[in-house]
Design a protein around this ligand. Structure first.
Ligand code: ZN
Ligand code: ZN
Length: 331
């Protein structure tokens, strides 16, 4: 089968390797749609966790083509998505329902072979049925799970005013989830004209294109969905006194924030971050199936497997038309 391997930061190529055989507790999946995430770009550039070489791709869906002898929930031809974080279920974090901080954490597409190849093996406990969802919708189960986890941490209340900085695919998922949580007003910050239009369509009340146009001391909850340090540095200005700031976007590793410490104290802010998800895949599947969260309009490009580098470069250049880039490893 064909696989796209990142040999080391900045070095990506198409390789051929054998289709893996599932172990007793594993499911073999033919990958139908595999979304490129900002994290994949970080991995490609050497700005994230993970070991090299690695086959990236942690947002994917496909069809079960083989199962191990111990697998009970799936059969061949089932349509599935994968929760990429594999926890040991036996360390102190796992035993306290904090599987995202598992001491023996592994992740499909980060430390284990991911969805940027034609077939992937995953443990049964990390596989979820998507029913009749389109595979491209199924590829959003993972990012939506992370968004659900973040939104639950932010505790948006009925009628809250929410600001979301960045209207990429993640910002637009956060927007829809903030609405579902009962926000009365969602204001977004985005410079890219195509994304501004999309955010309006998906329910943003106001989209501003300059940080200066975002009102200060205004919002109950401010969420950064850019991972860009200069934007993250400003989040505390927009929260009201006693408000909440959620740093959701993934920044490059090794970079430092500059926050006005006295302002945080004086405003009595709650500062939060959010790392991956904790058992949110079933919620994500249900919200996609019910149509409460819409993802079709978040996809801008569909590329064959061998064009993964083209997709990564499209994202890196922040081209106006680029939203979620889907890789279709099996044509
Ligand atoms: Zn991701
Ligand atoms: Zn563990």
């Amino acid at each position: 089968m064909k696989s796209m391997m990142i040999h080391k930061p900045g070095e990506l190529s198409l390789i051929e390797r054998d289709v893996p055989t599932p172990d007793a507790n594993e499911v073999l999946i033919e990958v139908k749609a595999s979304g490129i995430c900002g994290t994949d770009l970080h991995i490609y550039k050497g700005e994230y966790l993970g070991s090299y070489p690695v086959i990236p791709g942690h947002e994917f869906a496909g069809v079960v083509t083989a199962i191990g002898s111990g697998v009970t929930r799936f059969k061949v031809d089932d349509r599935v998505a994968v929760e990429p974080n594999i926890a040991c279920d036996n360390c102190s974090h796992c035993l306290n329902n904090r599987q995202n901080f598992c001491e023996n954490w592994q992740a499909v597409g980060v430390t284990l072979p991911g969805g940027m190849e034609q077939f992937v093996c995953a443990p049964e406990k990390a596989v979820f049925s998507i029913g009749d969802l389109a595979f491209e919708q199924g590829a959003f189960v993972e990012p939506l799970s992370c968004v659900i986890h973040g939104i639950e941490r932010a505790r948006i209340k009925l009628a809250d005013k929410v600001a979301i900085l960045g209207a990429g695919p993640i910002g637009n998922l956060l927007l829809q989830m903030a609405r579902l949580q009962g926000a009365s007003n969602v204001t977004m910050l985005e410079t890219n004209p195509g994304r501004i239009e999309l955010a309006r369509t998906l329910g943003a009340d106001t989209v501003v294109s300059r940080m200066e146009d975002l009102p200060q001391n205004e919002f109950d909850v401010v969420i950064d969905a850019t991972g860009a340090i200069p934007v993250m540095n400003r989040t505390i200005d927009f929260a009201r006194r006693g408000g909440t700031v959620l740093l959701f976007g993934v920044p490059p590793s090794g970079k430092t924030l500059e926050l006005d410490a006295f302002k945080i104290f004086q405003k009595g802010l709650i500062l939060l971050s959010s790392f991956t998800s904790v058992r949110n895949s079933i919620q994500a599947v249900r919200l996609l199936q019910s149509g409460e969260v819409k993802v079709e309009s978040l996809i801008s490009h569909r590329l064959p497997l061998e064009d993964l580098l083209v997709g990564l470069e499209l994202m890196d250049k922040r081209d106006p038309g680029v939203k979620k880039v889907m890789i279709l490893p099996n044509g």
